[in-house]
Every structure is written in structure tokens, then in C-alpha cells.
Ligand binder design. Structure first.
Ligand code: 5GP
Ligand code: MN
Length: 330
């Protein structure tokens, strides 16, 4: 993939010339997924378009404060509406198979517009705006809306849009700490705060609202921590642990960070059991290992420093397989 495909003006022209849109993102929603999608959703509404937010996975508990304000539909809900002509805007999703709507909704879209920052994105849209160096897809949506403002001499970003995009920015940059945080990310933050982004609410809801059960689960998961060859750290999280602590699969984002945050560790691995013989693998690196490349070896993808894949095997075997691949890159 080219590092950057900038099609902002073509996308703006296309949006101006069309009326019906479905906006969506990737499976297992996170802050950038929801922030970038809601940013576009509210903007399209303000432009007078018909816009449907379709996403089949439930939002994690700490992001419900954003999603519960809008009418999120499942693919089945959308089908009942019998909308036959629409364009699909897929945000923050590097891979068409991970777009979280039914195949039917993908196939029946007149055009697919892809806005994303994953290094592994193969530009599957009819129109693509992809920048693998961007901090977040929310930053790309911010650029798009800023360009729209400039072209039309309007002020499209209101408090709701600013709050959604700020959420995507802080979650995908790990509160402005990851290497993908650039001067432009701080400029965007400054601008969004001046437009009314509810920073304190975001920080409290997203980072300071974990449940007691979450910490009990985290304790169990941390007990499985293993350091391999001093540079690799691995944690397992099984279905049993989730059930014992009454937590669901999508509500335990953030555990992977504990692996990379260990002194001397280059690659952190979280093995999260989704079903029997289905293990979601999260990979993080600190300085030099390209984890997106490792994940792509298992049909996954992501960014250079944060990526993921699914291995269809037991947790024990998945661990062996991923360790073998990581050890080659260390
Ligand atoms: P996480 O480990 O937090 O689930 O994901 C890290 C990054 O890798 C995210 O940007 C996520 O979208 C991407 N990612 C995770 N799993 C997969 C996967 O199976 N396929 C692809 N293409 N990307 C993934
Ligand atoms: Mn993202």
C-alpha cells in the first residue's frame, strides 16, 4: 500500500452529490471506531443527508455514553427499512472482511468510501482516504471536515462532533503517548477543545469508569504473565476468566498495554479466547518490531506498533504459533 492516499476533495464532492449514507466501522468497536463514525454521522446529518449508523457489535461499556445518543442499527434493523440506494462509509477499518455490517449491506452499496489509518489497508473502497501515519481515523475525519469548512465557508464541527473526534484521538494515541502522536494531533486537540469537546467527561467515562469485576479479571489475567527471552511478554485471557468475573469479550480492551509497558520488553502479546478454538491475538511493540507484518502472517493486520489477528486453535497452541513468529522478528 502507498503510505497515503489523499482523496479529500473527491470525497467531499461525492458527499455533496449524494443523499443516502450508511456509516460503519470495524468489528470489536473501540474509541476511534466510534468517535470517527459518529463524527461523520453528525456532520452528514448537519448537511441534511439521510444517514444510518449500522454496526453489528455492541459498543464497550465505557463508550456507551457516545453511542447511546444515536440510533445505532444492526444489519437486520437496517434491512427492514428497505433502503435500496445508499453509499457505505467505512471508517477505521483496514480490511473489508472486518467491516461490521452484513455482506449483503457491503455488496449492495452503490459506492464504498474508505477512511482509515491502518498500515495494512489495501484500499478496498471506491474512494479512499488512507493515511497510515495519522494518529487516528478521527484525525482524518477532522481533516476532511476542516477542508469542508474551508471550501464551503461553514462551521460544521459542533460540540457533539468535537467530543466524538476527541474521544477517537485520545484513545488511539493512548492519551497522546504513542509514536503516532504528531504535532497535528495536538493542533487538532486544541481546536476541538475550543469547539467545545467535553474533555473531562471523555476522560472520566473512557478511562475512569472501570468496574470492580474488570479489576478482578485483570488480576487473574496478570497472573498468567510470562516473559520470554526478556523481550516478549505474554498474557492469556480465557472464556473461563471472563465468565467467572461476569465480563464480556468486548469490554476488556486495554489489557494488552500491560505487556508492552514492562521494562526491556519489545513485543507484548495478549491471547484472548473468544470461542472454543478461536483466539484473538493482540500485539504491541515498543521500538523496532513491525507487529502489523506479524499479524498479516495470520490474516490479520493493523499498525506497525499495534496489530491483531485471530488464530483458530486452542490458547496453548495459538501461543506457540504466535511466539514462533514473534521470535523471528526479535
Ligand atoms: P487490538 O489489539 O487493540 O484489537 O488491535 C490493534 C490494531 O490492530 C487495531 O488498529 C485493530 O483495528 C487492528 N486489528 C486487530 N485485529 C485485527 C485483525 O484481525 N485484522 C486486521 N486487519 N486488523 C486487526
Ligand atoms: Mn484507529
Amino acid at each position: 500500500m502507498r503510505n497515503m492516499i489523499t482523496n479529500i476533495d473527491n470525497i467531499i464532492d461525492f458527499i455533496k452529490g449524494s443523499n443516502d449514507f450508511v456509516v460503519t466501522s470495524h468489528i470489536s468497536p473501540d474509541g476511534d471506531n466510534i468517535g470517527s463514525t459518529l463524527g461523520i454521522y453528525y456532520a452528514l446529518q448537519k448537511l441534511g443527508k439521510n444517514v444510518y449508523y449500522v454496526l453489528d457489535d455492541n459498543a464497550p461499556l465505557n463508550l456507551r455514553f457516545l453511542v447511546d445518543k444515536v440510533n445505532r442499527l444492526s444489519s437486520a434493523d437496517f434491512n427492514i427499512l428497505n433502503i435500496d440506494k445508499y453509499n457505505l462509509i467505512a471508517l477505521d477499518c483496514g480490511d473489508k472482511s472486518r467491516v461490521c455490517v452484513s455482506e449483503e449491506i457491503k455488496n449492495n452499496a452503490k459506492k464504498i468510501i474508505c477512511i482509515d489509518h491502518h498500515a495494512s489497508n489495501d484500499a478496498y473502497g471506491d474512494l479512499n482516504y488512507i493515511d497510515a501515519d495519522a494518529s487516528s481515523t478521527s484525525e482524518l475525519v477532522y481533516n476532511l471536515l476542516s477542508r469542508l469548512n474551508e471550501r464551503e465557508n461553514i462551521s460544521i464541527i459542533n460540540e457533539e462532533i468535537a467530543t466524538a473526534l476527541y474521544t477517537g484521538l485520545v484513545t488511539d494515541t493512548g492519551n497522546f503517548s504513542y509514536s503516532s502522536t504528531h504535532p497535528s494531533s495536538f493542533e487538532m486537540a486544541k481546536e476541538l477543545l475550543s469547539l467545545g469537546a467535553r474533555k473531562d467527561e471523555i476522560i472520566q467515562r473512557v478511562f475512569q469508569s472501570n468496574s470492580y469485576n474488570y479489576y478482578k479479571l485483570l488480576g487473574e489475567a496478570l497472573n498468567t504473565l510470562e516473559i520470554i527471552d526478556t523481550k516478549i511478554a505474554c498474557i492469556n485471557l480465557t472464556i473461563d476468566m471472563l465468565q467467572r468475573n461476569n465480563m464480556s469479550f468486548n469490554d476488556v480492551d486495554g489489557v494488552t498495554t500491560y505487556t508492552r509497558d514492562i521494562d526491556g520488553v519489545e513485543v507484548g502479546i495478549l491471547l484472548k479466547e473468544k470461542k472454543e478454538n478461536e483466539v484473538k491475538v493482540s500485539l504491541r511493540s515498543k521500538n523496532y518490531v513491525n507487529v502489523s507484518k506479524i499479524a498479516q502472517g495470520f490474516n490479520g493486520g493493523g499498525h506497525i506498533r499495534a496489530a491483531g489477528c485471530t488464530i483458530y486453535d486452542t490458547v496453548e497452541n495459538a501461543k506457540k504459533k504466535i511466539l514462533e513468529a514473534v521470535l523471528k522478528e526479535i
